[in-house]
Design a protein around this ligand. Structure first.
Ligand SMILES: CCCCCC/C=C/CC(=O)SCCNC(=O)CCNC(=O)[C@H](O)C(C)(C)COP(=O)(O)OP(=O)(O)OC[C@H]1O[C@@H](n2cnc3c(N)ncnc32)[C@H](O)[C@@H]1OP(=O)(O)O
Length: 719
């Protein structure tokens, strides 16, 4: 796990060999200890270079080892030994030096980075802190403000920025190992004391307390309830106010509070869930690693509304020529200006030039005859979409993939009107499509494995976290949203206010509660869908009881809000009131309070006090319950897929891991009991009835999330 060679007769070259990222597993730590001992004790060796195999220095601790008992040599004494040695040690950083990998580099006396390398201390994103001296050595090297920013955000920096900050001594475009060996030879005669970071005094800004206070407040505002960044601030404070020997103890105490926390488990679960999600399998057996995607050299987007514009930008900025289509001249011109503006702003932010030459705008579908792939993003209307797909089927060459951005309509029904159902697939982007990272790839029963592979690979190319899901109304994300938002509406009937429900959800960690989110997205979207599905509007049978639709309890309050023209932020009024249309400062509105009171008295509902606990349980357990049904139905292959969709598409707080992981943390037995309790109180709400899979998992002893799949594999997959 660490290779030892003698090069240039006197330089010990130690290579970490643990692909793919040379993580510091127990075996690697053991390897470093053995090879360092050999280098330090061999009189022929005058200097040491540490590098990583396959052009990657080190991706940090092996995160998989965090779940079990810690084995093997501890890292801190090993790193101290390297730093204290009398022979110069040079880190040759290629690829990445992250977390424990950067901490390893920081105990080396010199650091040479390849110009494409990235460095950082991302531990905070895993719910922990850099506890192998990182919080003490980095501030001593680059000062408190810069170290604080890097440690509390976990941001990776480029080699160039690392050089500017003083993290590395040299950046090279040549082979970093060879440069490091030459560097080491030149360093032999030089004194090492000033190169041992633990012996330096931390340069301290005069306004230390104010700085730490400001950063703490910023964290509390941005990452409400998240522990790790606050612990990082305390550790950095120790670097500024204590000698190294005490600071390192403080670092270790703080790490102890985080290491076994639920938040750390959740965040580490998210890291792996994100990577698991890309690994799709179809019922045919075809999967991510044995199906070749098609190369996409050109694409088209139909419809230049909010979604279409974002999709066009997402394609063009990764170098794919895009033909954008609109149905009339005025819409085309507005769309053109918007897309160009978005692309220019995006390019400016990224410091690159805008690829405007890749864009073409047209009114004619005929212009799409040669493209490799089309993404339809017209109005959410099945008849309209079908007519577009029929037309595409006629004009596009037979090999063109036809994708729909529908947020919940039947992808197979669209496939059915084309001459190539195997090449039809859903690519459900989230708004704004050029910003949101999630892509649901909706596999119809007739989508071919090559089509799935192509959509997944295109998603990855656009920088999206792509998740393959099955075809059912609302797919995964929007299907689960219904029971969640229904519960919020029922809670309004029973006595809660929008602001109370939102506060409970925001305290839980959501960036926005369900009503503030609905105001932002626009209430009219859901209203239109409810009208189309006969839940409200003129199609409802007048004999239908007012709070009852399609065989189950129904809350008409959202419809009543819409009937007053309150569509959310864009109209200046929705669940809240805003200072102006388009305003963002939400204030509780007495008119909504009146509406709720009138509604309750009309139906004889006596309002009751509702606790935050009930709000969280009813909204989130109903959400997870639908997730269990989705797993049973084979619409999602794994709980990780559902969690990734909620993390990246719906603002579920990452430190809670996603709805399915959260349910497992609460305890499946408890979730089952509480759902049974609420279902008993509301027997007319089927979403509260515990799903058979939840019951089955509880009966099997509530296995961890990663093992649920074993209990669902016999069920039918729609993927
Ligand atoms: C327990 C001992 C005591 C140690 C004390 C010191 C404590 C130090 C704390 C840490 O170091 S915590 C870890 C900090 N490091 C990170 O957070 C880096 C995590 N990795 C990444 O960000 C990325 O993987 C990457 C390194 C930038 C590479 O990205 P790329 O897109 O090229 O590949 P991936 O698909 O992400 O990863 C490939 C493969 O490798 C697995 N993996 C990556 N990093 C680690 C890791 N640190 N530990 C374990 N496994 C890792 C990843 O899961 C992929 O696996 P798969 O099976 O192929 O999906």
């Amino acid at each position: 796990m660490a290779r030892y060679e003698l090069v240039k007769r006197s330089v010990a070259l130690i290579t970490l060999t643990n692909p793919p990222v040379n993580a510091l597993s127990s075996a690697v730590r053991h390897g470093i200890a053995k090879t360092m001992e050999r280098a330090l004790s061999d009189p022929k060796v005058t200097a040491v270079v540490i590098c990583g195999e396959n052009g990657r220095f080190c991706g940090g601790a092996d995160i998989r080892e965090f779940a079990g008992p810690l084995r093997g040599p501890p890292l801190v004494p090993l790193l101290d030994l390297i730093e204290a040695g009398e022979k110069p040690v040079v880190a040759a950083i290629e690829g990445v030096a992250l977390g424990g990998g950067l901490e390893l580099a920081l105990v080396c006396h010199y650091r040479i980075a390849h110009f494409k390398a990235r460095l950082g201390l991302p531990e905070v994103t895993l719910g922990i802190l850099p506890a192998a001296g990182g919080t003490q050595r980095l501030p001593r090297l680059i000062g408190i403000p810069a170290a604080l920013e890097l440690i509390t955000t976990g941001r990776h920096v480029s080699a160039q920025e690392a050089l500017k900050l003083g993290i590395v001594d040299q950046v090279t475009e040549q082979n970093a190992c060879e440069v490091a060996v030459e560097f080491a030879l030149r360093a032999i005669a030089k004194p090492l004391s000033s190169r041992r970071l633990s012996s330096l005094t931390t340069p301290c800004p005069p306004n230390l307390d104010a700085l730490l206070e400001a950063v703490t407040m910023q964290i509390q505002k941005k990452a409400r309830g998240v522990m790790a960044p606050l612990a990082c601030v305390q550790a950095v404070r120790a670097a500024a106010t204590m000698p190294y020997s005490q600071g390192i103890k403080r670092e270790s105490e703080l790490m102890a509070t985080l290491f076994h926390s639920g938040q750390a488990r959740a965040l580490q679960y998210c890291f792996f869930a994100e990577r698991t999600a890309g690994k799709w399998t179809l019922p045919s057996g075809a999967q991510w690693n044995d199906t070749k995607p098609r190369e996409i050299r050109s694409a088209a987007v139909i419809g230049l509304g909010t979604m279409g514009r974002g999709i066009a930008v997402s394609l063009a900025r990764v170098g794919i020529p895009v033909i954008a289509v609109e149905s009339d001249k005025k819409l085309l011109e507005t769309g053109r200006q918007m897309v160009i503006g978005m692309l220019e702003r995006d390019a400016k932010r990224r410091g690159v030039s805008a690829s405007l030459n890749l864009l073409k705008f047209t009114l004619s579908l005929e212009d799409l005859k040669d493209v490799d792939l089309v993404i339809e993003a017209v109005f959410e209307d099945m008849a309209l979409k079908k007519s577009v797909f029929r037309e595409l089927s006629k004009v596009c060459r037979p090999a063109t993939l036809l994708c729909t951005n529908t947020s919940g309509l039947d992808v197979d029904a669209l496939a059915g009107v084309t001459d190539r159902p195997q090449l039809v697939i859903g690519m459900h982007f989230f708004s704004p499509a050029h910003v949101m990272k999630l892509l649901e790839v909706v596999c119809g029963p007739r989508s071919s494995s090559e089509t799935v592979a192509t959509a997944m690979s295109l998603g990855k190319r656009m920088g999206k976290v792509s998740v393959a899901v099955g075809n059912c109304p609302g797919f995964v994300g929007n299907r689960m949203l219904k029971p969640y938002s229904d519960q919020a509406s029922f809670l309004l009937e029973e006595g809660a206010t929008p602001e109370q429900i939102d506060k409970a959800l925001e305290d839980f960690g959501f960036a926005m509660g369900v009503f503030r989110m609905s105001d932002l997205a626009g209430l009219d979207v859901g209203w239109r869908v409810r009208k189309e599905s006969g839940l409200t509007g003129p199609d409802v049978d007048p004999k239908n009881p007012p709070r009852w639709r399609q065989g189950r309890k129904y809350c008409p309050i959202p419809d009543m809000v819409c009937e007053q023209g309150r569509f959310g932020q864009k109209t200046g009024r929705g669940w809240y009131v805003y200072d102006k249309p388009g305003g963002t400062n939400a204030k509780p509105d007495p008119l909504i309070q009146n509406l709720l009171e009138t509604y309750r008295s009309r139906y004889g509902i006596k309002p009751r006090n509702i606790t935050d606990q009930e709000i969280i349980e009813r909204c989130l357990f109903a959400l997870a319950n639908e997730g269990f049904r989705i797993l049973e139905d084979g619409i999602a292959a794994r709980p990780e897929d559902i969690d990734v969709i909620y993390l990246f598409g719906y603002g579920f707080p990452r430190h809670r891991g996603g709805p399915m992981f959260y349910a497992s943390m609460v305890g499946l037995q408890r979730v089952l009991e509480r759902l049974e309790h609420y279902h008993q109180a509301h027997p007319d709400v089927p979403h509260l009835e515990p799903s058979p899979l939840l019951k089955k998992l509880v009966a099997c002893g509530s296995p961890p999330v990663q093992k649920w799949r074993e209990h669902i594999k016999t069920m039918h997959s729609h993927l």
